[in-house]
Design a protein around this ligand. Structure first.
Ligand code: SAH
Length: 341
């Protein structure tokens, strides 16, 4: 995500509730329950967990319903970071091309081919925003793309833009939960999640769903916000780091964060292949300063004030993203893998 986002916890684990037990995934290997605000405690009640998740989903949907219009007016159809050369001097006009470059770099990193016999034909865009990536990859590969989002406003806008761009027969959008996707097993040969993973309260369920809808041999691409990997001697982030992430969660409707290493473990546990990851934090450094500058223009400020409290609250935590990257507690990660043939 990006945006003017919000809820959270700064620790790394996720819990998956099954009929009789709680499984977790993460670094500590004990059953744990995530609490809002960053703490994790042993074996909490399942009902509270489900209620928390419902509240989070509702918050995410309302947040994007409220803020997507203003984001589009100022930044256009892509609601994700740009990819920049580290230390480059960046012009205002470079930001939109940097967002396209982010998509291209992710495809390149995952070795998605344009070779006509092997290129993707069927793509899912998990957490699609207003469909910027869906339309881009559909056009690039001539593929069909299904986008899902929790926000009805985004789904409608994404579809309207597809129609306006002559892509209505190729891309489609619907309101659906990434943790319970409305697709059959093995449907897609490219599974794309651009900055939506950080919103997912159950990372194991999230990656399991990505793997389930992937066809044999399909590529899975996850570009997401993570917290730093823990040192072998650490059991969790430091209290000051947790406090910082908690504030970001409150502004952006985020649950507990996890590390890149946690994602890799999860993908390994699902027997996915060719798992690769990279830290692109330095490549996104110019982005938040630019977003803040755009919010501080007359247009930005008046749109923010008109948009509503959730959007304003998101805007207020934007400087904390810069602080988190500078302190090294926030990492901008790409993690890719392939489903076995
Ligand atoms: N990938 C898009 C949008 C990123 S913003 C882009 O790059 O432009 C984050 C998106 O994740 C929003 O569209 C939000 O609705 C979606 N999202 C968050 N949690 C979700 C969930 N559980 N199921 C489906 N979409 C979700």
């Amino acid at each position: 995500m990006i945006s003017l986002r919000g809820a959270c916890a700064s620790t790394l684990l996720t819990t998956t509730v099954t009929r009789h037990s709680i499984f977790f995934a993460g670094s500590n290997l004990q059953p744990l329950k995530r609490l809002r605000g960053g703490a994790i405690r042993a074996n909490g009640s399942l009902a509270v967990n489900a209620a928390d998740d419902q509240r989070l989903k509702k918050g995410i949907a309302e947040f994007y319903d409220e803020s997507s219009g203003i984001w589009e007016n100022i930044w256009g159809e892509h609601m994700h970071h740009g990819f920049y050369d580290p230390d480059a001097i960046v012009q205002i006009s470079d930001h939109r091309s940097a967002q396209i470059r982010m998509i291209e770099q992710a495809l390149l990193f995952a070795s998605v081919t344009e070779d006509s016999s092997k290129k993707p034909r069927s793509i899912v865009d998990v957490g699609c925003g207003i469909g910027g990536s869906s339309r881009y990859v559909s056009r690039k590969y001539g593929a069909e793309c299904c986008g899902i989002t929790l926000s009805p406003v985004q789904a409608e806008r994404a579809q309207a833009l597809a129609t306006a761009q002559g892509l209505a027969n190729k891309v489609s959008f619907q309101v659906a939960d990434a943790l319970n996707q409305p697709f059959p097993d093995g449907k897609f040969d490219l599974v794309w999640s651009m900055e939506s993973g950080e919103h997912m309260p159950d990372k194991l369920k999230f990656v399991s769903e990505l793997a389930r809808v992937a066809a044999p041999g399909a590529t899975i691409i996850i570009v997401t916000w993570c917290h730093r990997d823990l040192y072998p001697t650490e059991e969790s982030l430091r209290p000051d780091e947790k406090r910082l992430l908690d504030k970001i969660c409150d502004g952006f409707y985020l649950p507990a964060w996890c590390s890149t290493a946690d994602y890799i473990k999860l993908l390994e546990s699902l027997s996915l292949e060719d798992i690769k990851a990279a830290d692109w934090s330095d490549n996104v450094a110019p982005f938040w300063p630019a977003v803040i500058r755009s919010a501080l223009t007359w247009d930005g400020l008046t749109s923010l004030l008109r948009s509503g409290w959730k959007t304003i609250r998101g805007a207020l935590v934007m400087p904390l993203m810069i602080e988190g990257f500078k302190k090294g507690v926030i990492k901008f990660s790409i993690i890719t893998c392939r489903k076995p043939e």
